[in-house]
Design a protein around this ligand. Structure first.
Ligand code: CXF
Ligand code: ZN
Length: 368
């Protein structure tokens, strides 16, 4: 058995408790990773609070882990003990969507990422009393000092970049940047408006800058975040409000924007993100809202060439896209370090509170 310390979610809307747990050692197709850093994403909070389909508590959450490989099962190749790795979402690799190069649309995305059980239905984690605790959240449950993962979760990364900077690439940063670079495939000269300047939205801003967009508009309710968006590449910042559509249409001389990204998780913001589109124009809906959240749109607008597309994880193949983003960071074109605030692992509840209040953009926990 592997002995680890994990932050266990035992109750909705409550802090996590740090406890000693045991994990089953890696099977033939699994890898044991010593987690050194992990980001906190709003999906962790949503899963704890019952907005995402994790069937029951207790559970070990966390899905932006990064660490060092300690052991590999006998069927594993391409990853060795000592490698630095970033962990991303789980996918089966075999279903038609995975085979077609779209692992983010894996047909088993919910069972593999949200049930808290491994693909074979086993649990793998026990607490001190021997009771089972769900793990395998996004195939990794990285709010722990050790994680046992499948090959598909793993991206091998350079050893000379601190793991705390790389951890959030596994979800939040890849989601925002991938939306702009992989899904919308913006071109130099395009205009893009980003709604919501959290880690996902700011990653979209950085990606739009990287891609050479000529007009990058940032929208948020928080002035500080808007200032940061401008430092990271936004040309202009708009404080959110009922008259936003009017203000953006005036700013764009009535033309609207070619692309918009809804990363705020607010139905009214989605409506505005569609209303400010030029024709043709495409809005990407990427915020993780609870199932059942409804939106109201003008149907007629779509007749004249507007598109609304929804996507997860920035339509990324992590093993390809994360190394690309790391290369951009190394070249000084993608300053992801600007988003990150670190906390000691045993301070996880303060980090969670700062994520919920918005005091921290991307809290990253440092494991001992
Ligand atoms: C989430 C976004 C909302 C749907 C499930 C996946 N991605 C990661 O946090
Ligand atoms: Zn996430």
């Amino acid at each position: 058995m592997i002995h680890a310390t994990a932050a266990i979610a035992r109750a909705r809307h409550s802090g996590f408790s740090l406890e000693e747990v045991t994990l089953e050692p890696p099977k033939a197709d699994e890898v044991l990773v010593r987690i050194k850093a992990t980001g906190i994403c709003h999906t962790d909070i949503g899963a704890r609070d019952g907005y995402f389909p994790v069937p029951e508590l207790p559970v070990i959450l966390g899905h932006e882990g990064a660490g060092i490989v300690e052991a590999v099962g006998e069927d594993i190749s391409g990853v060795s003990p000592g490698d630095h790795v970033v962990l991303s979402f789980a996918y089966c690799g075999k279903c038609p969507n995975c085979q077609a190069g779209m692992p983010y649309l894996c047909q088993y995305v919910f069972p593999l990422n949200f049930t808290g059980l491994r693909a074979d239905g086993s649990c793998g984690h026990c607490d001190k009393s021997g009771a089972q605790v769900r793990g395998a959240f996004f195939g990794q449950s990285s709010f722990a000092t050790y994680s046992v993962v499948k090959h598909n979760n793993i991206v091998v990364v350079p050893k000379d970049i601190p793991l705390e900077l790389l951890a959030p690439l596994g979800c939040g940063i890849q989601t925002g940047a991938g939306t702009v670079l992989n899904a919308l495939d913006v071109q130099p000269g395009d205009s893009v408006a980003v709604f919501g300047c959290g880690a996902v939205g700011l990653s979209a801003v950085m990606a739009a800058k990287l891609a050479g967009c000529s007009q990058i508009l940032a929208v948020d309710i928080n002035q500080e975040r808007l200032k940061l968006a401008q430092t990271l590449g936004a040309d202009v910042a708009f404080i959110a409000g009922d008259d936003l559509v009017e203000r953006i249409m005036t700013y764009t001389n009535g033309a609207g924007v070619r692309y918009s990204v809804e990363a705020a998780g607010v139905p009214a913001a989605l409506r505005q993100a569609v209303d400010i589109l030029s024709t043709p124009g495409t809005c990407a809906l990427i915020s993780g809202v609870p199932a059942g959240t409804e939106m109201k749109l003008d149907m007629a607008a779509f007749l004249i060439g507007k598109t609304l597309t929804g996507l997860v994880e920035g339509a990324s193949v992590p093993q390809r896209f994360i190394p690309e983003l790391i290369a951009h960071y190394q070249a000084g074109r993608f300053p992801l370090d600007q988003l990150i605030q670190t906390y000691a692992f045993d301070n996880i509840n303060a980090a969670l509170a700062d994520a919920e209040s918005g005091a921290a953009i991307k809290p990253v926990l440092l494991m001992p």
